[in-house]
Design a protein around this ligand. Structure first.
Ligand code: FAD
Length: 492
């Protein structure tokens, strides 16, 4: 039975599905992520029925087996064919429609919610779960994380996994370095493998002004002990020989940056927090915040109300909606960001490569796939997770330009998520409105890599220890007073 294959593309067995279900991954989207079924070339066409039948046998409800979101392209298409399309002739539209978040299904058995908590965290993405982990590590027992959908439904389950310390301000460099250290100890701390690989980050500069920017950043980074070096095109091609060295004039290289596989980090932090007494409840949207006398007294959900001392808004791109429940206006604007994965190739790419000025970035997973994305300057604000042909054409044209070798490689799957964008590209942290309503949102396209360091500092502060300067710097009221140095070294 252990060898009964249900998904031939991804080698997923009957016992893999049973184990996922036994570990609490009861809905189809979660079982897909936990086992990998349906993520190969056939996109679930040959295995979906068998998995669903087994889940019904195991006791899944009708809502839990709602089919997972299909991902284009229907058939693998090569980067070379897509690069031949003219992106400018293709519209910026919603693309292949998908729900921004699947509607919460009626969950399986989960028991009543606690009636009170020290801290309720709204949003079970990397920020919310990592904060729960850090708080429980410091002895806070009554922590409740409320997640509207399944774990990994938001940006944390849709991102490129790039984690770096190459930033442009001392604060961001410090946070990036601390996060890299915590990513490195994650497997030992939680017993879960996050596939953290320090293959480095290589930023390619197309012109002299971008080189100056990299040189400025390098000086800041080296002051904090980083090994960042500015490379000539020839030296960069020694790091990635497949690059077309005529496309850029210099590069910035830090061998200690890296890439993770995001999904296990959410499961690992959730399990670690639960093991120390926290409640992590999926499919439980927060629908109201009861504010009285300048404090949030309780959090409301369809499954009950939780009285609490502190509420943390870690709802990512949905944070403005959660903040409005307490009468607080956040300036964050959700913006779609598209990404894709190719079929596998033998390993040839060590670092994550980012071509400045284009928004293009790509890395190679440990299974050999190219994972990459590219921001679109014409993308309007708003929650939309549809996948577009325009993105495929823009990305493929840029990728094949920098790495001609990829022309024959097929695109396997594309998807999208939301950046949670603030006016200065820095997060919003700390109290806003009610004194016990803390913000932990606005992380644009770098929240995954910032989460371990920022939540560690936040847990220190929330438990009466040291207050990091970021909680004075990244407040909501900085926008009203016009202060704050913007972050300009974002990708996408
Ligand atoms: C395509 C893409 C590529 C990216 N690449 C990178 C990268 O390489 N490196 C990096 O560091 N970052 C990257 N990012 C950014 C990163 O993914 C985010 O900054 C980070 O995941 C944000 O985490 P979060 O916990 O704030 O939000 P999310 O992961 O979105 O979590 C918020 C959660 O709140 C839940 N929620 C919403 N409303 C409610 C409610 N009312 N009640 C309860 N729950 C609610 C949502 O369901 C969601 O799960 C990328 C993002 C995208 C979209």
């Amino acid at each position: 039975m252990g060898k009964t294959i249900l998904c031939a593309c991804e080698d997923v067995t009957l016992s893999d599905v049973r184990r996922a279900f036994a570990e609490g991954h009861r809905d189809l989207e979660s079982v897909k992520r936990y086992t990998g079924f349906g993520t190969g070339p056939c996109q679930g066409k040959s295995c979906l029925n068998a998995v669903v039948q087994e889940m019904i046998r195991l006791g899944a409800t009708a809502a839990e087996i709602a089919p997972f979101t299909p991902r284009p392209p229907v058939q693998p298409v090569t980067f070379g064919s897509l690069a031949a399309l003219d992106p400018e002739a293709l519209p910026v539209d919603h693309g292949v429609p998908v729900p921004a978040l699947p509607a919460p299904p009626c969950p399986g058995p989960s028991g009543p919610l606690p009636e009170r908590a020290d801290v309720v965290i709204v949003g079970g993405g990397i920020l919310g779960l990592s904060l729960a982990h850090q708080l429980t590590l410091r002895g806070v027992r009554e922590v409740v994380v409320l997640e509207r959908s399944y774990l990994n439904a938001g940006a944390s389950g849709r991102n490129g996994g790039g984690v770096r310390a190459q930033w442009s301000t001392p604060t961001m460099v410090r946070l990036g370095l601390r996060s890299l250290k915590l990513f490195g100890s994650f497997a030992g701390d939680t017993g879960v493998n996050g596939w953290f690989r320090r293959g480095g980050y290589l930023f390619l500069a197309p012109d002299g002004s971008q080189v100056k920017r990299l040189e400025r950043n390098q000086a800041i980074q080296r002051e904090q002990g980083m090994r960042t070096r500015i490379l000539s095109p020839g030296e960069a091609c020694a790091v990635v020989p497949q690059l077309d060295g005529s496309r850029f004039v210099a590069a910035s290289w830090n061998p200690d940056d890296g890439v993770v596989f995001p999904w296990p980090f959410l499961w690992g932090y959730a399990d670690a927090a639960r093991s120390r007494g926290a409640t992590v409840r999926t499919f439980t949207p927060v629908t109201g915040l009861d504010v009285q006398g300048g404090l949030v007294r309780a959090v409301e959900t369809a499954s009950g109300r939780i009285r609490c001392d502190t509420v943390v808004n870690a709802a990512g791109a949905w944070s403005p909606g959660v903040a409005r429940l307490a009468g607080v206006n956040l300036p964050n604007r959700p913006t779609r960001h598209e990404i894709l994965v190719s079929g596998p190739m033998k390993p040839w790419l060590g670092p994550l490569v980012s071509a400045l000025g284009t928004g293009l970035y790509f890395s190679q997973s440990q299974r050999g796939e190219i994972v990459g994305g590219m921001g679109d300057p014409d993308e309007p604000a708003g929650i939309s997770h549809g996948s577009t042909l325009r993105f495929l054409a823009r990305f493929s044209r840029a990728l094949v330009g920098y790495v001609p070798l990829t022309a024959g490689l097929p695109v396997m799957r594309q998807w999208a998520g939301s950046y949670d964008v603030t006016p200065d590209n820095n997060p919003i942290l700390g109290a806003a409105g009610p004194a016990n309503f803390l913000q932990l949102n606005g992380f644009v396209g770098h929240g995954f890599m910032m989460a371990p360091a920022v939540t560690e500092a936040m847990a220190e502060w929330m438990t009466g220890r040291e207050k990091d300067e970021i909680f004075d710097r990244f407040t909501l009221d900085r926008f009203a007073s016009g202060g704050g140095v913007g972050e300009d070294f974002i990708i996408g």
